[in-house]
Design a protein around this ligand. Sequence first.
Ligand code: LLP
Length: 410
Amino acid sequence: MQVIDQKYKIQGINLTDLAGKYGTPLYVYDGEKIQSQVTALKEAFSTVKMRIKYATKALSNINILKVIKDSGVGVDAVSIEEIKLCLHVGFEPKDIMYTPNCVSFGEIQEAVSLGVMVNIDNIPMLEHFGNEYGDSVPICIRLNPHILAGGNAKISVGHIDSKFGISILQLKHVLRVVDAYNLNVIGLHVHTGSDILDAEVFLKGAEILFEAAREFKKLQFLDFGGGFKVGYKQGDITTNIKELGEKVSLAFREFCEEYGKELEIWFEPGKFLVSECGILLVKANVIKSTPATTFVGVDSGLNHLLRPMMYDAYHDVVNVSRVEGPDRVYTIVGYICETDTIAADRRLKEIKEGDIIAIKNAGAYGFSMASNYNSRLRPAEVLLLNGKDHLIRKRETFDDILRNQELANW
Ligand code: LLP
């Protein structure tokens, strides 16, 4: 987002024009930003065989998946529906990794029948898999390394209290099951959480994974999950992807030498690829002063962007209707009947009724976590590519709210 000729623009397209053309609230994605993030990640790991498996759940519009696919990236899916979306877009089954948790064995069988590799996250499922398929279907195993990663406990998932993965302390048990069924384990996986700043956390995870990997003879890849931290506000420290690439690649190459085979290293970034590409454009409905502050009530809320309320996540906001003029201090809130503060105590260009506010970093876990709470419609989505805007999801209508509801007779 840049100011050019006194207007806020992305790829030369004026954001207030987009709000006028498609209405608000509106999700807007910069396709070129996704492409440049892919390139940055590939460059950081250019000395090893690195594969990217985009975390579909972050933003699953089929057009975004197509941008991802066209940039030579695979996907990680966490539900059978995400697998079907990716197949629909044209991903080959071999480019899809399925990392479910707490699903029925039936769903795992369906994934196998679609030709997709399964990342197994509990021992009963491993046994189930052995009984059904023996060594005929290659698998990955998700280990929980017991690392508390990142600053936000709500999105740290590799610690001892987490439901995810098989505890590293159960490795002996895993090996017994693998032996008994002669399971074809070609990959090991760890994902320690989201917003991980530090290369050291990845290296700590890597050490644990290497230790476990020594016990498996047929590995083809090690998967380090996602979690790279992106900038949410000016001056934020973010994962230094170049430094991470150098450090992790070095450790990985050393391990491969010891293992006696050049393995692939996989990552499953969600936020890194799509967080900064997205903004949510909303309209100021009301400017309301109370004894404590000045609220700006906008035509959106926790139904469209849950992150500030669910994780206390910070999202930068900008009044894109005004480039000049005095600043004032505001708290931006939604129109939902809950306390849905989007941004508290922000210094912004003076806001007038009808002004368009951009909420930044809305690409990852924005639309994909949106709901119809308060019977509100979900926003439209627009993709900017090659300097053109493309409507990639229509705004919902009242019919969508009624869809699947039956007025019963009694
Ligand atoms: N791989 C696995 C197995 C995951 O569970 C996740 C995220 C990722 C990769 C991608 O992580 P990322 O690179 O996006 O940090 N909704 C939350 C984050 C929860 C993510 C769940 N799993 C948020 O908005 O911060």
